[in-house]
Design a protein. Sequence first.
Length: 340
Amino acid sequence: MATIKDISKLANVSPGTVSRALNPNKREFVASETRNRVKQIADQLGYHYYDRAKPSKDTLNFAVITTLTLEEETRDEYWRFVRHGIYEAARTEKINISKIIRMQAGLHPQDLANYDAVIITGTVSESAVKSLKKFNQHIILVDAGTHYHNLVDVVDSNLAELTTTALNQLSTVANDDELIAFIGGNRKEMGLDGSLSKGITDVRTMAYENWTKAHHRQTAFKEIDWTTKDAMQATMELITEYGNKLRAILVTSDPLAIGAMKAMSQNHLIAGKDIALISFDDLEFTSYLTPSLTSIWLPKSELGYTALLQAEMFAKTKRNWSVRTIIPGSFKYRETFLPQ
């Protein structure tokens, strides 16, 4: 078994330098070139050492739980940005997050008892929230799809308000007898055992239904799975069913908008010219599409960052009420819809 003396001999430095170079709490006192050489030799010799500083007893320890699989998170860049915001804030505030817990494998509420706070991304069942609160009161939900009757803290965006604003703007290019369609999906609740139960209606869907009713307009709603392929198929169906009456489409994410634009292209229609199109997310690629996509910017990293700060404050102070934090989105107008 390799020793510090073995490493020091090969690295041509003292054993004390090796010790400091491999100690995450002291390695800053060793030149980076020396430190890297020592670590490389240690790795080659199979010498085991801790690469991360152990949190002090005063360091807050948070758990991060997600309802998404690694594949889903890889495919949906929105949630990657949310988690990035959580970790960025944790680094800034020097809060320890040892790992991410994926609920698909099941979760025992008592396992969260020793954490100072718990941040959950995605939609979990209300019964799961109640079970978790029995062992940890400091729970923050990020974009969970509902407010859970004020059981826990929620960090979210103003999706319903943004939907209403988008529909009001699209109505300027669609007469009363013409259609503004809506394409979106629902949310699946996840239980503590990792199972998916009933779907929750997305707040944007509810806003669309309320708006069409209030304005006495015909609804043209396609509920789909959250895939580009399904969005393409839904748009094909809308074009077939409604023809020239279809003047505008609102979709709930940029990846779905790609499917909608593909369907239009196959029917020799141009988004923004023949059918107005607005999406949600404002991911980086939207400005590079042809035509460029009008999309509603939603806070992503900002949601995660705020959730971490809110959890920190919750853990450090005593309060017996829940808090809802709303970070508003904003419109990024491009070629598929320009307000008149």
